[in-house]
Design a protein around this ligand. Structure first.
Ligand SMILES: [Zn+2]
Length: 369
């Protein structure tokens, strides 16, 4: 209730100010309505009080800014219906200047967007653009609306206009829109460092049996963003296995290890060693690596190999240890947003929390990838 009083004070003050003006004009009706509003306020009927004060605050050149401020205030408080009522009332007025009409329309569109009525918000933002086609805010809002509606072609159209209007690169967003459309080639034309597009292109080529092309696409990721190299290790292994060229795969893994020493690369190398030289050679390799780069996933890998090579009694004893390690690691997130800190077990290209593209990255370190 206190917060409502805080909200109503400026409304009452503005109405009071107007009341004093109107008083000079002998407006009896206004004064009685004003006191009616106050009575609602004192009777702890804030909803009725707000409505009376809004009605009292007639729209003229002197009060337009107050109406706009009130509308924004209500929307920020989550009272979108009241914000819509105020802004709707404003845009219907003929006395508004072009600049004021634009502002009111823009605010009204935001109200509907806030309320989740996206088709009405879209209409209003398009109306804003009809009056001012250089409105970065309207372009950006329309891009966001089409993004939410997964209308990627329209999202691309408006995102492409934005860099000229707000000097902010939109390449990451546009490339991801093309990825959503299943067109990684177009995504890479827009953003040659789009990891998602390289993965998508590689996957498409694997589906067509074009393993050499797929390897080329996946390998781009090392220069695009080495943090994501772990994401394509398994796919690369499939490509090289189909080409019966495991040696080349092994060589590439060591190249990756130099640039991005990650546990997933060490495990892939250890697996190659295990296939050719046996379990204990893999254990020796991983043990030596872990002394330089401690990792719970590496420890789990070694423990599993020891369990596989133990007698039945020891295996049973070690199994509970293995189960605990699995539980511990499964509870850990694998990706974190570099912008807002949101963490997840699966990779999102669009952060569900801060709505930024390409901001989630694999987590590395003791219990990371
Ligand atoms: Zn985020």
């Amino acid at each position: 209730m206190n917060s409502l009083w805080m909200l109503l004070l400026p409304v009452a003050a503005a109405s009071g100010w107007l009341a004093s003006i109107r008083h000079r004009k002998r407006s009896v009706t206004f004064a009685s309505d004003y006191y009616l509003g106050l009575r609602h306020l004192f009777n702890e009927e804030p909803d009725k009080a707000i409505d009376v004060f809004i009605d009292l605050l007639s729209v003229d050149k002197e009060t337009i800014d107050t109406h706009l401020a009130l509308g924004t205030l209500f929307r920020n408080r989550g009272e979108v219906n009241r914000a819509i009522r105020i802004h709707d009332n404003l845009v219907a007025r003929s006395e508004l200047s072009k600049k004021q009409r634009l502002y009111a329309l823009f605010e009204l569109a935001h109200d509907y967007m806030h309320a989740g009525v996206l088709d009405r918000a879209e209409e209003l933002f398009l109306e804003v653009l009809n009056l001012d086609n250089k409105s970065a805010g309207a372009n950006k809002a329309l891009m966001t609306i089409y993004e939410q509606q997964k209308d990627w072609h329209k999202a691309i159209k408006f995102a492409k206009k934005l860099p000229k209007l707000q000097r902010r690169s939109m390449t990451a967003a546009i490339a991801n829109y093309y990825c959503e459309l299943g067109d990684p080639e177009a995504a890479l034309e827009i953003d040659k460092n789009c990891v998602r597009a390289s993965i998508l292109l590689g996957n498409k080529q694997v589906q067509c049996g074009q393993y050499k092309n797929a390897i080329f696409s996946y390998k781009n990721i090392l220069s695009q963003d080495a943090d994501f190299i772990a994401e394509i290790i398994d796919s690369l292994a499939i490509c090289y296995a189909n080409l019966r060229n495991e040696k080349a795969f092994d060589k590439y893994l060591y190249e990756c290890l130099k640039k991005a020493p990650r546990i997933s690369i060490l495990i892939a190398i250890s697996e190659n060693i295990r296939k050719t030289e046996g379990d204990f050679a893999a254990i020796d390799f991983m043990t030596e690596q872990l002394s330089r780069c401690p990792s719970l996933h590496g420890l789990l890998y070694i423990t599993e190999l020891y369990v596989n090579n133990s007698d039945i009694t020891t295996r049973k004893r070690l199994q509970s240890l293995l189960d605990t390690m699995h539980i511990l690691l499964r509870a850990k997130p694998a990706y974190r947003c570099s912008r807002c800190g949101f963490s997840a077990k699966t990779l999102y290209w669009h952060c569900p929390s801060c709505r930024e593209w390409n901001s989630l990255k694999p987590i590395y370190g003791l219990d990371g990838n």
